[in-house]
Design a protein around this ligand. Structure first.
Ligand code: GRF
Length: 219
């Protein structure tokens, strides 16, 4: 049986679309948003996936909105939850509840550049390499256990826009790749240690994704 995936978005939703289109061992069964204006909501009707809207503007406090988001996600009964451009810091109770089943995509090679404006910061630092990271979410800001990374070369004439586009292309590949392998059990997490089956290791190599190997890998 395919695993149920709920995706949280606040904006464009291009990673949501990629997660929907490349789903194999999971199925995107719900979309949850904190913004009625998120263009990505349109993917709900396009792919016939229910969208739960908990618009920040409808709540008198941020806490009330976050409570409503947590409840909405629980109502969708997900096996896994994916953050895809969800611009709201999750409550600790949310992160604890879904730890190990909650993934995020971040546009930098973590631990470099957590937070916002990652492409700008990479350019300012004259990095020669930049990229994106899929990781399990913990209570910190982009600090959770890393699943895999995909890098791009930063060229001399690179702009924020060109770099953003190059990294986004990689995001669209690595996020569903990781989600499929987590949903199939080929990538697992014990405590904070991410482990990979032989199939996952071989596939990462083939895709040119970087993973950090611990002791218990390759079974
Ligand atoms: C992506 O760059 C993602 O890495 C970051 O927010 C952006 C969302 O873009 N977390 P989209 O809404 O998926 O198009």
């Amino acid at each position: 049986m395919k695993k149920r995936l709920t995706v949280l978005i606040s904006g464009r939703g291009s990673n949501l679309e990629s997660l929907i289109r490349h789903a194999e061992s999971y199925q995107v069964t719900s979309i949850v948003t904190n913004s009625l204006d998120a263009p990505g909501i349109a993917f709900g009707s396009e792919f016939n996936i229910p969208v739960e809207i908990r618009d920040r503007k409808d709540f008198s406090s941020l806490t009330d909105c976050k409570d409503a988001i947590f409840k909405a996600v629980q109502k969708t009964a997900p096996d896994f939850v994916a953050l895809a451009g969800f611009m709201q810091i999750l409550q600790p109770k949310f992160v604890e509840h879904y730890f190990g089943r909650l993934l995020n995509i971040h546009p930098s090679l973590l631990p470099l550049y957590p937070g916002l404006d990652t492409h700008q910061r990479a350019l300012e630092d004259q990095q020669k390499e930049h990229g994106c990271t899929v990781h399990f979410v913990d209570s910190g800001m982009d600090t959770g256990p890393i699943i895999a990374q995909s890098s791009v070369e930063v060229l001399n004439d690179e702009t924020v826009a060109s770099l953003q586009q190059k990294v986004l292309t990689k995001e669209h590949l690595i996020y569903p790749w990781a989600m499929n392998l987590v949903a199939s059990g080929d990538i697992q997490i014990n405590e904070r240690n991410v482990t990979y089956s032989k199939k996952a290791l071989e596939s990462a190599k083939e895709m040119n994704f970087k993973i950090k190997l611990g002791e218990q890998n390759g079974n």
